[in-house]
Design a protein around this ligand. Structure first.
Ligand code: SD4
Length: 328
């Protein structure tokens, strides 16, 4: 049909959508076109935050979460908290194509990616990520993601000194529990995640995600990025979904699985997207997040909560990428 091919992506990542569009029109499969699109964002560091060097963790290190899914076969490949390799989406594709596994994590994900020919080991920090981290250390001597832990008077590490007044609440190494301390959530306003869906001419779908995750996270943190059904999901028989936002919360709800399954039961994309977001908001009224939904006819919609969301679309009826804005 003339609705396809079709490229949809979170945020106004125009160059990434153009790269995906060029690839799908050049005869690449949906999977390979998604890799082209997401790789463009990793390379260009869309918004300054997608790809290596976007969101440093507590130790200033930057790691990558990435996912790819084939909506024709339901095959998935993912890498989580991958270090030293910049090509997140390509590594995810290697996992999908050449292994019987679905997800590899950490150093071993990097080792696998390098053994399969991707460049590395590389330093994933950037000037920007180091500056961001240094500022955070200087201005905010308080961990973002630790509940129940007091900040030290010097900026971390987040262990309390023996002589602090916490007494026997301190566990190993002065790591303390039972102390209520409102920790500030990371703000997700950096849009550091690309989630992309591509339909080829015959409607075969692939989706992919690449992200640095959340800034100042505890090292080892894995977000929604590599979780199929959370950051993205696709089924040729139904449609596709991509998500962005507070992954620590969103991955508890598998919003993209929810969107696709709701559409399978007959919901229109807009309603399915709104429903998936409102299920999360009901339990977490301060969360920030968004999804886009596309059905198998190419009808698309978005829904968001806590922020204004934009997603990008390129279809045969458009001259160039168009950006759609969705308000909470
Ligand atoms: C994460 N979902 O790792 C990502 C962050 C994000 O826009 O989407 N930021 O939690």
């Amino acid at each position: 049909s003339s609705k396809f091919p079709l490229v949809v992506s979170t945020w106004p990542f125009l160059e990434a959508v153009r790269a995906g569009w060029t690839a799908i029109n050049g005869g690449l499969s949906s999977v390979d076109a998604v890799v082209e699109g997401c790789s463009a964002c990793e390379l260009l560091r869309c918004d300054g935050t997608v790809g290596p060097g976007g969101s440093p963790d507590e130790n200033s290190e930057s790691t990558i979460d990435a996912l790819i899914m084939n909506g024709a076969t339901m095959e998935v490949g993912a890498v989580a908290a991958m270090r030293y390799v910049k090509d997140g989406i390509k590594a995810a594709r290697l996992v999908m194509l050449y292994t019987e596994h679905t997800m590899l994590a950490g150093d071993q994900a990097s080792a696998f990616a390098i053994s399969m020919g991707l460049p590395g080991p590389s330093n994933l920090s950037s000037t920007e990520s180091m500056e961001k981290w240094t500022k955070w250390r200087e201005n905010q001597c308080q961990p973002n993601f630790r509940k129940n832990v007091l900040p030290t008077n010097s900026c971390g590490p987040y262990h309390l000194k023996k002589d602090s007044n916490v007494g026997d609440q301190c566990l190993v190494d002065g790591f303390c529990e039972n102390i209520r301390m409102k920790s500030s959530r990371v703000d997700f306003h950096n849009h550091d995640t690309i989630s992309m869906a591509i339909f080829d001419k015959s409607g075969h779908i692939a989706v992919g995600t690449s992200t640095n995750g959340a800034s100042f996270k505890i090292p080892g943190r894995v977000g929604d990025g590599p979780i199929a059904g959370s950051s993205a999901y696709a089924d040729d028989e139904v449609g596709a979904c991509g998500a962005t936002g507070d992954g620590d919360i969103m991955m508890r709800f598998l919003p993209c699985y929810q969107v696709v399954e709701s559409m399978r039961l007959g919901m229109a994309p807009r309603r399915a997207a709104k429903d998936a977001i409102s299920r999360i908001a009901k339990k977490y009224p301060t969360f920030v997040g968004a999804v886009f939904a596309v059905d198998k006819n190419g009808t698309h919609a978005g829904a968001c909560y806590g922020w204004t969301f934009q997603y990008s679309v390129r279809s045969p009826s458009m001259d160039d990428v168009e950006v759609f804005t969705v308000y909470p």
